[in-house]
Design a protein around this ligand. Structure first.
Ligand code: F6R
Length: 246
C-alpha cells in the first residue's frame, strides 16, 4: 500500500483525480467504481472540470456505483445515485451505457448482485475503485465482520452507519440494508483507492494504519494486504496516525 498525505482537501482531491486519470486504460474501455458520500466530491469536481475543459476524455470510461441503500426511493436526495448525480453525473456528458448502477427494485437482488459481479468479471476486474471510509472502518457498505472474500452482496448496516448516514437525508430516515460491491472487488481492482479527509476520520485512519494484520473487524485494514492500493489522506485525517509526512 502507498500512503499519501496532502495539506488541504483541495490538494488531496486533485491528487486523487490525477491518480484515477493515471489508472485509465490507454486503449479500450475502463471500468471505474466510484463511491458516493461527502469524501469524493472534490475529486468529482476535478474530473468534471478536466472533462469540460477538454483535458480529459470520458467517452471510454464506464462508471460503476459502489453501493445503494435498500428500501430508499432512488429519487430521495440521500440515495447514493442522487448524490452521484448531484456531485458528478449532472456536470458531465455521459451516455446511458457509461453508468452502471444496482437496481434496488430488481425482483431478485441476488440475481442483481450476480449481474454486477459478472459485468465486472467480464471486464477483467475494476480498473479503478475509489472508496471512502466510514468512522467504523467500513468501505462501501462492507461493515465490520464482512468476509474479505465477498463480491457484490446485500449488507445489513451497522448501527454507526445508520446513525452517521442520516447526514445525507433531509429528514430522519430508516436505514437498515444496502447492496454493495465487495471487499474482494477492492483487492482485485488494478487501482484501489481509499480516500479520507477531515478530523472525524482521524481515529479510524489511525486504527487502519495500526491494524497491520488485516481483520474483518476493521474492513479497511484489508489495504495492508492489497499491495497496489493507495490510502489518500488530508492532514486532518492523517493527524493521529503514525505516518511520516512533511
Ligand atoms: C458511499 C459509501 C460509504 C462512504 C463512507 C464515507 O457510497 O459506500 O462507505 O464512502 O461512509 O462517507 P463520507 O464520504 O460521507 O464521509
Amino acid at each position: 500500500m502507498t500512503v499519501k498525505v496532502f495539506d488541504t482537501y483541495e490538494r488531496l482531491s486533485r491528487a486523487t483525480a490525477d491518480l484515477i486519470i493515471g489508472g485509465i486504460r490507454k486503449e479500450g474501455k475502463s471500468l471505474i467504481c466510484i463511491a458516493s458520500g461527502h469524501t469524493p466530491r472534490g475529486v468529482f469536481k476535478c474530473l468534471a472540470d478536466d472533462a469540460n475543459s477538454g483535458k480529459l476524455d470520458l467517452s471510454n470510461l464506464i462508471f460503476v456505483s459502489l453501493d445503494e441503500w435498500l428500501d430508499i426511493d432512488p429519487k430521495d436526495s440521500g440515495s447514493c445515485i442522487s448524490m452521484l448525480r448531484n456531485d458528478f453525473f449532472d456536470h458531465v456528458k455521459l451516455r446511458d451505457d457509461q453508468v452502471v448502477l444496482f437496481d434496488i427494485n430488481a425482483k431478485d437482488l441476488q440475481v442483481e448482485c450476480k449481474r454486477i459481479n459478472d459485468l465486472i468479471a467480464r471486464h477483467g476486474g475494476l480498473d479503478v475503485m475509489l472508496v471512502g471510509i466510514g468512522t467504523n472502518g467500513h468501505i462501501g457498505m462492507n461493515e465490520p465482520g464482512t468476509s474479505f472474500d465477498t463480491y457484490a452482496h446485500i449488507s445489513t448496516l451497522a448501527e454507526e452507519t445508520i446513525v452517521t448516514g442520516q447526514k445525507y437525508f433531509t429528514t430522519a430516515t430508516n436505514l437498515s440494508k444496502g447492496v454493495t460491491l465487495g471487499i474482494r472487488h477492492f483487492q482485485e481492482a488494478k487501482l484501489p483507492i481509499i480516500m479520507a479527509n477531515g478530523s472525524k476520520k482521524a481515529p479510524i485512519i489511525k486504527k487502519v494504519i495500526q491494524t497491520t494484520t488485516p481483520t474483518v473487524e476493521v474492513p479497511a485494514s484489508v489495504i495492508h494486504k492489497t499491495k497496489q492500493a493507495y490510502l489518500m489522506l488530508d492532514r486532518e485525517a492523517a493527524h493521529d496516525a503514525p505516518i511520516d509526512f512533511k
